[in-house]
Design a protein around this ligand. Structure first.
Ligand code: ACO
Length: 441
């Protein structure tokens, strides 16, 4: 076994070195603290592996993304979202009968408990759908409690995947004041979701194939992305043996933030702002470069991709095709392309290796599909569900698995004695209390 040498305070330590399938090198520091009395410090975990995994491979320098070994370009071109869910959850592409059975299970579990419908009535109409989704997913723990062994976990994963689209569509219906449309077992996953979103009881609705294909692509491209912020949250919460529903609910909350999945909503808001402000792309590129200005180019930059994000490339082409097929001319697509051209030519972005990420073009597609801006991150969450669940499953079955519990380097006050309240004075004129000499036993 290869080792790395660490010299600390004149002493040498041998640390085992792991090599991944694609030659990535990791220094195993599992025994570092017990042997050397030291920990590593890596805010934001940019250099820290939290696990070994067999699910997704990314090479950020080369713009490579693979699910279980399959290149994202091939999967996006040919697979259905259901096949990708199966692949991520069970490790291999399904055979025909396996896919049939999987689809049957997914459709059979798509209704939510009738009592859960009442929850929607009590949220304010202005509630953000990510809040609704995370709350409803957490509340599934109350209705579907069994997850004691692997068979139960599998059943709950199917339930969650099947019901999440119903919850997402119901939250949209509630926000526009329309009656809920129930799931239909004769439709595919994506068709069923679009039907629940856009059908009304007053007239028949046939899902346009172009929307179905676009949604299938979007969900596939978001299906997994190894140890990102939301997935790490799912793993961390799950490591305490909390339920699948609790862990995924935490993942949804983590995804909501604008630096993560929430960026897709912010991208469209940014593009609208540029449109309403006279389409001056350069002004906004300059604002993003200005260190005194908190403005960032949303949908730009990535912790891992330092050349291009393959998902963004696929979505840029798809945006052109889908808008063309729908006969839509969206000025925001033109603004996005111009912004990309200006930014990619600018030294600031080139030096920092900042490229459009998956969120940069996805919103343009969602807009064309009539999905409201506030729902964009919910769409991301729907796509990411199979990834979160397969990572949860992998984490739970890892024999090396332990509760996630990072360390810290404490930089606060040294030991000091408690000062009674009457000696502390007011906040305006705090009494300086002399620190007595500390004595150690
Ligand atoms: N606009 C302007 N400057 C940027 C941007 C941006 N979008 N992104 C990074 N930078 C700059 C930073 O200011 C920093 O500059 P400095 O070195 O002079 O201080 C440098 O590029 C490195 O950026 P970091 O923030 O350190 O990179 P990190 O890996 O921590 O963050 C992140 C990655 C959060 C994605 C960041 O690029 C960002 O905030 N982008 C905008 C939000 C976004 O699109 N998020 C979606 C990411 S994809 C996803 O989660 C699905």
């Amino acid at each position: 076994m290869k080792t790395a040498k660490l010299t600390l305070a004149g002493q040498e330590f041998d640390l085992p070195v792991l090599e991944g399938t694609e030659g990535e090198i990791g220094i195993d520091i599992t025994a570092l603290r017990s042997e050397a009395g030291a920990i590593t410090l890596d805010p934001g975990y940019g250099n820290t592996g939290s696990c070994t995994s067999t699910i997704t491979f990314i090479d950020g320098e080369k713009g490579i993304l693979r699910y279980r070994g399959y290149p994202i370009e091939e999967i996006a071109q040919s697979a259905t979202f259901e096949e990708v869910c199966y692949l991520l959850l069970y490790g291999d592409l399904p055979a025909t009968d396996e896919l049939q059975e999987f689809n049957d299970r997914l459709t059979r579990h798509s209704m939510i408990h009738e009592a859960m419908k009442d929850f929607f009535q009590d949220f304010p109409a202005t509630a953000h759908p990510m809040m609704v989704l995370s709350t409803m997913v957490a509340s599934m723990s109350a209705y579907y409690q069994r997850a004691l062994n692997e068979a139960d976990l599998d059943l709950n994963m199917i339930r969650l995947l099947a019901k999440a689209k119903t919850i997402a569509a119901f939250s949209y219906k509630k926000s526009v004041g329309q009656p809920f449309v129930y799931p239909r077992n004769d439709l595919s996953y994506t068709q069923d979701f679009l039907h629940m979103m856009f059908a009304v009881p007053a007239e028949p609705y046939a899902v346009p194939p172009v929307l179905n294909r676009a949604l299938n692509l979007l969900l596939i491209l978001h299906a997994d992305h190894e140890q990102n912020c939301s997935t790490s949250s799912v793993r961390m919460v799950g490591s305490s043996q909390a339920s699948l529903f609790a862990a995924v609910s935490a993942g949804i909350c983590a995804l909501w933030g604008p630096l993560h999945g929430g960026a897709n909503q912010r991208v469209i808001e940014m593009l609208e702002m540029i449109r309403d402000d006279g389409m001056d792309f350069r002004k906004y590129v300059n604002k993003a470069k200005d260190k005194d200005d908190p403005f960032k180019l949303m949908g730009f930059g990535h912790r891992v991709y330092k050349n291009f994000d393959p998902r963004a490339r696929i979505l840029k082409t798809a945006a052109d095709e889908v808008l063309d097929q729908l006969g839509i001319e969206d000025p925001l697509l033109e603004i996005a392309k111009n912004l990309e051209t200006v930014a990619l030519d600018d030294e600031f972005f080139v030096e920092r290796k900042l490229y459009p990420n998956v969120d940069f073009y996805s919103g343009i597609l969602y807009r064309a599909m009539n999905v409201p801006t506030e729902m964009f991150t919910v769409m991301f969450a729907l796509g990411r569900l199979p990834g979160w669940m397969s990572q949860f499953k992998e984490m739970r079955s890892d024999p090396r698995g332990r509760i996630s519990r990072p360390r810290q380097i404490y930089m606060g006050e040294a030991l000091r004695p408690y000062v009674p309240l009457e000696q502390r004075g007011t906040s305006k004129a705090k009494v300086e209390v002399e620190k007595p000499e500390l004595t150690t036993a």
